[in-house]
Every structure is written in C-alpha cells, then in structure tokens.
Write a protein that binds this ligand. Structure first.
Ligand code: DGL
Length: 262
C-alpha cells in the first residue's frame, strides 16, 4: 500500500511552498512536514552545523515512518544532501536554484539569483552555475534578514519591502530579465517582488520541478500510495507555529499543525 508519508523538512516555514506543489501533484499521498524554525536561519550557519541539523531532521522523519525525504531547503540541499544520501537508504529529493531554465530563457543573458549565504557559498551551487550558465552573467545576492522576517509572518511588511528594494537594485541596474528564487521561503515574497521589479523580469522558483521529481522518484521506486483517499498531512514546528498555520490557511486539505519539543 505504501501508506508511509513523504517526509519534508526545511529550516522553517518556507518548505510549505514546496509542500503545496507536492500536494497539488500527489493529492493521495500522506505527508509529514518538519519546520525546524527554532534553528532558522540555516543560511548563516556553517556547513558542519547545517549537516548536523539535516541529520537530526532526517532521523525524526525516518522514526516517523517516512518512505522518502524531500529536503525542501536549498541551504540544506546544497550543503548536506550528498552526505544524507550516503548515510541513509531512503531516496532523497533535493532543491537547488533554478539557474538552468533561467539561463536558457534569458534574452538579456543576465540572471539574478536571490538566495541565502549558505547556498551561494556552497560548492554545489558553484558547480551548478558553471555547468548551466555559460555565457550568462549571474548577479548573486544574499537575502540576509529575509528568512527571519518570513518566519515572523512579515513577508508582506514595509520592512521586507525596503530590504528587497535594496537587494534588487543592483540586479535591476545590471539588466536582469530573470530572477531565480534560491530559497524556499522566498515564493512568499512574490507579491512584493512583482511590485518592485520591472514588468519584463520573470520570477522563477523550483517548487513545481521538485514536485515532479518527487512523483518520478516514487514511481521509479514503486512507492506510490495506492489508496484512493486524499492524504493526511501532519505539520510539526519547534518554535511559534502561528506563521506555519497561517501559510496553510488557504489550503483545502486534511491538515494538522502541532508544536513539537525538538
Ligand atoms: N528555506 C531555506 C532555503 O531554502 C531557508 C534557509 C535559511 O534558514 O536560511 O534555503
């Protein structure tokens, strides 16, 4: 029956943007989401710290019977997924900034990438940009401060808008026509980003691609849940869970959100 849930973790609430895409594509699967908000932001931590937290999160999900794990965090993927795959036998799906599609479609040959320091300084990120963005100018920007604001439920605030304005200016001045969102928290900034970006700049994130990859991995490993019931979705947060709840408010699904001492 393969009723075990799809395990999903992030440094906090951002991975819910990925969960929403997975739910859209795979409505019959059960899911278990872990928001390690107590330790956010991961982006300012060392690789060793990110790895340690990623192992802890993975073990929680495995102890709760997850059949595959989606690392719904660019920072944890770029810093820890290789070690996770080498340590555990379940399949892992990771997320990385969507540089390839942006580079392929950019007409101005200039692409902006907004991500955490942990992602932008990782070896993984650099090899991806070198492989997929030849002949393309990549304007990188660390989004310092954005994750904590989103965790506090302030994605649409004036404070966030002012920070984004500052971050986008060099990219706009360089003539980007694609902005890659390299952090799963950032899709919650899209309304503000649209307000600040010139109309020709397209925003791209990796949510749909991760959901498609999740479906592909389930299929390849014969792990689809054959139940025809809609799935059950458990969300756990280890800090204030109000933002987690509010980001799921608009979703029509069987959702339980709980606080966890973790
Ligand atoms: N959602 C995480 C990511 O995709 C945020 C990382 C952080 O906590 O800094 O990178």
């Amino acid at each position: 029956m393969n009723e075990g849930p799809i395990g999903i973790f992030d440094s906090g609430v951002g991975g819910t943007s990925i969960w929403k895409e997975i739910y859209k594509l795979l409505p019959n699967e059960n899911t278990l989401y872990l928001a390690d908000s107590k330790n956010a932001p991961y982006g300012e931590k060392t690789k060793a710290e990110i790895l340690k937290l990623s192992i802890k999160n993975t073990e929680f999900l495995l102890e709760n019977g997850c059949k595959i794990i989606v690392v719904a965090c660019n920072t944890a993927t770029t810093n820890a997924i290789a070690q996770l795959r080498a340590t555990y036998s379940v399949p892992f799906i990771g997320i990385e900034p969507a540089i390839k599609p942006a580079a392929l479609q950019s007409k101005s040959k200039t692409v902006g990438v907004l991500a955490t320091k942990g992602t932008l300084t990782s070896h993984f990120f650099h090899s991806t940009s070198e492989n997929h963005a030849q002949g393309i100018r990549i304007i990188e920007q660390v989004g310092t401060g954005l994750v904590p604001l989103i965790e506090e439920g302030k994605a649409q605030s004036e404070e966030t808008e002012a920070l984004l304005k500052k971050f986008l200016e060099p990219m706009i001045n360089s003539g980007i026509d694609y902005l890659v969102l390299g952090c799963t928290h950032y899709p919650y900034l899209i309304p503000t980003l649209k307000k600040l970006l010139p109309v020709n700049v397209k925003i791209i994130d990796s949510g749909e691609a991760v959901a498609r990859q999740t479906r592909f991995v389930l299929e390849r490993n014969m792990l689809f849940n054959s139940s025809d019931q809609t799935g059950r979705h458990q969300f756990f947060g280890n800090a204030d869970i109000r933002t987690l709840k509010s980001l799921l408010d608009d979703v029509d699904a069987k959702i339980e959100v709980s606080q966890l001492a973790f």
